[in-house]
Design a protein around this ligand. Structure first.
Ligand code: GNR
Ligand code: NI
Length: 173
Protein backbone atom coordinates (compact mmCIF):
# COMPACT_ATOMS: atom_id res chain seq x y z
CA UNK A 1 0.00 0.00 0.00
CA UNK A 2 1.50 3.29 -1.10
CA UNK A 3 -0.01 6.64 -0.26
CA UNK A 4 1.04 9.36 -2.67
CA UNK A 5 1.66 13.01 -1.80
CA UNK A 6 -1.06 15.31 -3.12
CA UNK A 7 0.29 18.59 -4.52
CA UNK A 8 -1.33 21.66 -3.05
CA UNK A 9 -2.37 24.85 -4.78
CA UNK A 10 -0.54 27.10 -5.67
CA UNK A 11 2.13 24.50 -6.53
CA UNK A 12 3.15 25.33 -10.13
CA UNK A 13 3.35 21.61 -10.98
CA UNK A 14 -0.47 21.53 -10.84
CA UNK A 15 -0.45 23.55 -14.05
CA UNK A 16 1.45 20.93 -16.06
CA UNK A 17 -0.47 19.63 -19.08
CA UNK A 18 -0.59 15.81 -18.93
CA UNK A 19 0.55 13.63 -21.85
CA UNK A 20 -1.49 10.67 -23.07
CA UNK A 21 -0.78 7.31 -21.43
CA UNK A 22 1.27 5.41 -24.01
CA UNK A 23 0.36 1.90 -22.85
CA UNK A 24 -1.93 0.48 -20.18
CA UNK A 25 0.71 -1.67 -18.53
CA UNK A 26 1.75 -2.82 -15.04
CA UNK A 27 3.25 0.61 -14.27
CA UNK A 28 -0.03 2.39 -15.03
CA UNK A 29 -2.06 -0.20 -13.11
CA UNK A 30 0.20 0.32 -10.07
CA UNK A 31 -0.18 4.11 -10.26
CA UNK A 32 -3.98 3.75 -10.57
CA UNK A 33 -4.06 1.46 -7.52
CA UNK A 34 -1.94 3.88 -5.46
CA UNK A 35 -4.11 6.79 -6.60
CA UNK A 36 -7.29 5.00 -5.49
CA UNK A 37 -5.76 4.28 -2.07
CA UNK A 38 -4.62 7.89 -1.78
CA UNK A 39 -8.06 9.20 -2.81
CA UNK A 40 -9.92 6.97 -0.33
CA UNK A 41 -7.54 7.87 2.48
CA UNK A 42 -8.00 11.59 1.76
CA UNK A 43 -11.79 11.08 1.59
CA UNK A 44 -12.03 12.45 -1.92
CA UNK A 45 -14.37 11.36 -4.72
CA UNK A 46 -11.78 11.81 -7.45
CA UNK A 47 -8.07 12.23 -8.05
CA UNK A 48 -6.18 13.18 -11.20
CA UNK A 49 -2.62 11.96 -11.81
CA UNK A 50 -1.52 15.63 -12.07
CA UNK A 51 -2.32 16.01 -8.36
CA UNK A 52 0.26 13.37 -7.45
CA UNK A 53 2.86 14.82 -9.82
CA UNK A 54 2.32 12.21 -12.54
CA UNK A 55 1.70 14.10 -15.75
CA UNK A 56 -0.13 11.46 -17.77
CA UNK A 57 -3.83 11.36 -18.68
CA UNK A 58 -5.15 9.17 -15.88
CA UNK A 59 -7.89 9.83 -13.31
CA UNK A 60 -9.62 7.78 -10.64
CA UNK A 61 -13.13 8.46 -9.35
CA UNK A 62 -15.44 6.85 -6.81
CA UNK A 63 -18.59 8.71 -5.81
CA UNK A 64 -20.10 5.69 -4.01
CA UNK A 65 -20.74 5.81 -0.26
CA UNK A 66 -19.17 2.39 0.26
CA UNK A 67 -15.98 3.18 -1.69
CA UNK A 68 -16.74 0.11 -3.77
CA UNK A 69 -17.30 1.56 -7.24
CA UNK A 70 -13.88 2.68 -8.43
CA UNK A 71 -13.73 4.15 -11.92
CA UNK A 72 -10.37 4.46 -13.68
CA UNK A 73 -10.31 6.66 -16.79
CA UNK A 74 -7.22 6.51 -19.00
CA UNK A 75 -6.80 9.02 -21.83
CA UNK A 76 -10.34 10.31 -21.21
CA UNK A 77 -12.01 12.49 -23.83
CA UNK A 78 -15.36 14.23 -23.50
CA UNK A 79 -17.22 13.25 -26.65
CA UNK A 80 -20.42 15.08 -25.76
CA UNK A 81 -21.43 17.73 -23.25
CA UNK A 82 -25.00 18.90 -22.65
CA UNK A 83 -25.74 22.48 -23.60
CA UNK A 84 -27.48 22.76 -20.22
CA UNK A 85 -25.20 23.88 -17.43
CA UNK A 86 -25.41 23.77 -13.68
CA UNK A 87 -23.58 25.52 -10.85
CA UNK A 88 -22.31 23.19 -8.13
CA UNK A 89 -20.16 23.80 -5.09
CA UNK A 90 -16.81 22.13 -5.67
CA UNK A 91 -13.89 21.28 -3.46
CA UNK A 92 -10.46 19.91 -4.31
CA UNK A 93 -7.92 17.81 -2.43
CA UNK A 94 -5.26 20.21 -3.74
CA UNK A 95 -7.13 23.20 -2.23
CA UNK A 96 -8.20 21.86 1.18
CA UNK A 97 -10.98 23.70 3.01
CA UNK A 98 -12.13 25.72 0.01
CA UNK A 99 -15.56 25.21 -1.58
CA UNK A 100 -17.16 27.41 -4.21
CA UNK A 101 -19.59 27.32 -7.10
CA UNK A 102 -18.47 26.35 -10.59
CA UNK A 103 -20.66 26.31 -13.71
CA UNK A 104 -20.27 23.20 -15.86
CA UNK A 105 -22.21 21.06 -18.33
CA UNK A 106 -24.99 19.18 -16.50
CA UNK A 107 -24.25 15.93 -18.34
CA UNK A 108 -21.32 14.54 -20.31
CA UNK A 109 -20.35 11.49 -22.28
CA UNK A 110 -16.70 10.48 -21.87
CA UNK A 111 -14.63 7.94 -23.75
CA UNK A 112 -11.67 6.39 -21.96
CA UNK A 113 -9.55 3.27 -21.74
CA UNK A 114 -10.08 1.06 -18.69
CA UNK A 115 -7.39 -0.88 -16.79
CA UNK A 116 -7.60 -3.63 -19.43
CA UNK A 117 -6.87 -1.13 -22.18
CA UNK A 118 -10.45 -1.41 -23.49
CA UNK A 119 -12.12 1.72 -24.86
CA UNK A 120 -15.36 2.40 -23.02
CA UNK A 121 -17.98 5.14 -23.05
CA UNK A 122 -19.52 6.49 -19.84
CA UNK A 123 -22.60 8.70 -19.60
CA UNK A 124 -22.68 10.86 -16.52
CA UNK A 125 -24.89 13.44 -14.86
CA UNK A 126 -25.08 14.96 -11.41
CA UNK A 127 -22.06 14.62 -9.15
CA UNK A 128 -20.30 12.15 -11.47
CA UNK A 129 -20.51 14.62 -14.38
CA UNK A 130 -19.12 17.37 -12.15
CA UNK A 131 -16.30 15.14 -10.95
CA UNK A 132 -15.30 13.94 -14.44
CA UNK A 133 -15.07 17.54 -15.68
CA UNK A 134 -13.15 18.62 -12.56
CA UNK A 135 -10.62 15.78 -12.99
CA UNK A 136 -10.19 16.39 -16.71
CA UNK A 137 -9.44 20.04 -15.97
CA UNK A 138 -6.59 18.87 -13.70
CA UNK A 139 -5.12 16.93 -16.66
CA UNK A 140 -5.12 20.21 -18.61
CA UNK A 141 -3.30 21.90 -15.72
CA UNK A 142 -6.42 23.68 -14.50
CA UNK A 143 -7.54 23.91 -10.87
CA UNK A 144 -11.18 24.85 -10.10
CA UNK A 145 -10.21 28.07 -8.32
CA UNK A 146 -9.21 29.43 -11.73
CA UNK A 147 -12.94 29.74 -12.50
CA UNK A 148 -13.39 32.09 -9.53
CA UNK A 149 -12.81 35.85 -9.56
CA UNK A 150 -9.20 37.06 -9.28
CA UNK A 151 -10.09 38.52 -5.87
CA UNK A 152 -11.32 35.17 -4.51
CA UNK A 153 -8.41 33.33 -6.11
CA UNK A 154 -5.86 35.64 -4.51
CA UNK A 155 -7.51 35.25 -1.10
CA UNK A 156 -7.36 31.46 -1.53
CA UNK A 157 -3.71 31.61 -2.58
CA UNK A 158 -2.83 33.64 0.53
CA UNK A 159 -4.82 31.26 2.75
CA UNK A 160 -3.05 28.21 1.27
CA UNK A 161 0.42 29.72 1.71
CA UNK A 162 -0.38 30.62 5.33
CA UNK A 163 -1.80 27.12 5.96
CA UNK A 164 1.40 25.58 4.64
CA UNK A 165 3.61 27.84 6.79
CA UNK A 166 1.55 26.98 9.90
CA UNK A 167 1.90 23.27 9.16
CA UNK A 168 5.64 23.57 8.64
CA UNK A 169 5.95 25.43 11.96
CA UNK A 170 3.87 22.72 13.72
CA UNK A 171 6.04 20.02 12.20
CA UNK A 172 9.28 21.26 13.76
CA UNK A 173 7.77 21.98 17.19
O1 GNR B 1 -13.16 15.09 -3.35
C1 GNR B 1 -13.55 15.90 -4.17
N1 GNR B 1 -14.82 16.37 -4.09
C2 GNR B 1 -15.41 17.13 -5.06
C3 GNR B 1 -16.59 17.78 -4.75
C4 GNR B 1 -17.24 18.54 -5.68
C5 GNR B 1 -16.72 18.67 -6.93
C6 GNR B 1 -15.53 18.07 -7.27
C7 GNR B 1 -14.88 17.29 -6.35
S1 GNR B 1 -13.42 16.50 -6.76
C8 GNR B 1 -12.63 16.39 -5.22
C9 GNR B 1 -11.36 15.56 -5.30
C10 GNR B 1 -10.37 16.26 -6.19
O2 GNR B 1 -9.74 17.22 -5.86
N2 GNR B 1 -10.23 15.81 -7.39
O3 GNR B 1 -9.41 16.40 -8.26
NI1 NI C 1 -9.33 18.48 -7.63
Amino acid sequence: MTLLTILRYPDPRLHTVAKPVAAVDARIRAIARDMLETMYEAQGIGLAASQVDVHERLVVIDISEGHDQPLVLINPEIVWASPETQVNDEGCLSVPGVYDGVQRASAVRVQALDLDGQLRTHSAEGLLAVCIQHEMDHLMGKVFVEYLSPLKRNRIKTKMIKQKKDEERDAVR
